[in-house]
Design a protein around this ligand. Structure first.
Ligand code: FDM
Ligand code: MG
Length: 217
């Protein structure tokens, strides 16, 4: 019988234009070069029927009630859970561009109660590591493309950043399920090195754990 070591569930969070997608792709190729089996995921996943509704909303092609869109973002994660679980169990590490922390931070920043925002995501697979790419909203704003989508407004991004920090402060700084703050205002290679350092620790630690935890419970 072969025993497969499970993959690590690694989430990258941050404001719009903090470099999440770029860094996720860099991390993927570094892991591949190190012969680690890796899969890139992203939320919202705009390809599913639910994701298409979210996409239309974000591009202001439809208006959706705040609570309803919040639940759709959460549903868009729940519909991926079986795939997340089977991927990890097969020994593949997941790098996930945004997750439930974005879900809570953006909706709470719009004024919905934080506890209400959190509840639909309770007991999703818990990340082994969340990398928070921290950037000031003024630097984010000065990067290309800002302002194209619904939430890309400086005042909202400031509130989102505060809530991200609040959610991160609840999580451990070391060990399973930890939250690591990365200064994403630095140059691309320096940020990439910091991420690599954190990821190496988690992949090493994960080999000691059988299954992924459950978020916020
Ligand atoms: N967003 C993302 C939410 O409001 N809730 C969520 O649950 C998630 C995953 O969607 F402004 C917001 C964050 C961002 C927008 O994200 C689209 P991308 O990463 O730019 O596609
Ligand atoms: Mg965006």
């Amino acid at each position: 019988m072969s025993t497969v070591q499970r993959g690590a569930f690694i989430v990258i969070e941050g404001l719009d234009r903090s470099g999440k997608s770029t860094q996720a792709a860099l991390l993927q190729s570094r892991l591949q070069n190190a012969n680690v089996s890796v899969k890139l995921m992203k939320f919202p996943d705009r390809t599913t029927p639910v994701g298409k509704m979210i996409d239309a909303y974000l591009r202001s092609q439809s208006d959706v009630d705040d609570r309803t869109i919040h639940l759709l973002f959460s549903a868009n994660r729940w519909e991926a859970v079986s795939s997340i679980e089977s991927t990890l169990a097969a020994g593949t590490t997941i790098i996930c561009d945004r997750y439930a922390f974005s879900g809570v931070a953006f909706s709470a920043a719009k004024g919905l109660p934080l506890a209400w925002c959190r509840s639909p995501d309770v007991s999703l697979p818990a990340p082994d590591l969340t990398l928070f790419l921290d950037i000031s909203p003024d630097i984010a704003k000065s990067r290309g493309g800002y302002g194209e989508e619904r939430y890309e407004k400086e005042e909202l991004q400031r509130r989102v950043r505060n809530i991200f920090h609040q959610l991160g402060d609840e999580l451990p700084k070391d060990g399973a399920g930890r939250w690591a703050v990365i200064d994403a205002g630095r140059d691309l290679n320096t940020v990439s090195e910091s991420l690599w350092h954190e990821v190496a620790i988690t992949i090493h630690d994960c080999t000691k754990q059988d299954s992924v935890g459950k978020l916020w419970q």
